[in-house]
Ligand binder design. Structure first.
Ligand SMILES: Nc1ncnc2c1ncn2[C@@H]1O[C@H](COP(=O)(O)OP(=O)(O)O)[C@@H](O)[C@H]1O
Ligand SMILES: [Mg+2]
Length: 255
């Protein structure tokens, strides 16, 4: 198996690690049939990739082999942001290569320097990935991966902009919706929940990202999501610290 090196994964503050750990544990209680989990959000920059990456790393670190599939084909920033490189400088192949019939599946699944952490990256932006996402190969890829890994985490584009995320949702066992605290309007979040419901994607959890727990609007969000009002499958809300080490580590290459 080829190998990737992830060079820029920062240490997170204790409270953020703790919240992610809660999310990991709650997902593990969703049952054995929930293996392929997509992480999505309503708009860009809510923290989908951040949460996917950190959750994946945490799963791997506790000894559960986990595969991260980057399915943000139009606009993936993972490679740059986390400084992901091929260990032996081989040509990187990603999910689109397999989906377009240009590589075998085994050629796009990489081991990483995170023990138990495996990844299918995206190597370059694709302007119109709809055909790839709707191809039979997409189903084959997820079936193959879910047979081989206890967990498959799928990073996606936002629900609000294009149909990609909903296309992906149809193939996953459930979704985690990331909401940027104090930023994403309530209506927009409601709309995303409706979209996932229509796609029949069980909502496994809502992550309240970058919450300032001393802030009144965050307190509001906590009440709102804990009300269990919007979705039957919803299991809880998670607050994450604002302005963690992650931002600092990205100060050279981040947004
Ligand atoms: N909880 C967090 N703490 C600190 N930085 C975060 C957090 N969540 C996201 N970020 C940062 O915010 C930016 C946008 O996050 P990203 O995961 O790329 O969003 P998305 O994938 O939803 O577009 C990135 O620079 C990311 O590192
Ligand atoms: Mg992203």
């Amino acid at each position: 198996m080829k190998e990737l090196e992830i060079n820029k994964l920062p240490q997170l503050p204790f409270d953020v690690t703790e919240a992610l750990n809660q999310l990991r544990i709650n997902l593990s209680f969703c049952g054995d049939q929930i293996k392929v989990i997509m992480v999505t959000s309503s708009v860009p920059n809510e923290g989908k990739s951040f949460i996917t990456m950190q959750l994946w790393k945490m799963m791997a670190e506790v000894g559960t082999p986990a595969l991260l599939i980057d399915c943000d084909f139009r606009n993936s920033e993972m490679r740059r942001k986390y400084s992901i490189r091929s260990v032996r400088n081989e040509k990187l192949l990603g999910a689109p290569h397999y989906l377009a019939g240009k590589a075998e599946l085994d050629e796009v699944i990489y081991k990483t320097n995170i023990p138990n952490g495996f990844m299918i990256p995206v190597t370059s932006a694709i302007a119109n990935p709809t055909i790839l996402l709707e191809s039979p190969n997409f189903t084959k890829m997820l079936d193959y991966c879910s047979e081989r890994f206890p967990y498959v985490l799928v990073d996606t584009p936002p629900l609000g902009s294009v149909a990609d995320a909903l296309n992906i949702a149809r193939h996953c066992d459930g979704s985690v919706l990331v909401v940027r605290s104090g930023d994403t309007p309530r209506k927009v979040v409601e709309n995303s929940v409706q979209l996932l419901r229509r796609a029949e994607s069980p909502l496994l959890g809502i992550v309240l990202n970058r919450a300032d727990v001393n802030n009144r609007s965050s307190a509001y969000y906590h009440r709102y999501y804990h009300s269990n009002y919007y979705y039957k499958g919803y299991r809880g809300g998670y607050g994450y610290g604002h302005g963690s080490a992650h931002d600092k580590s990205n100060s050279n290459g981040g947004k």
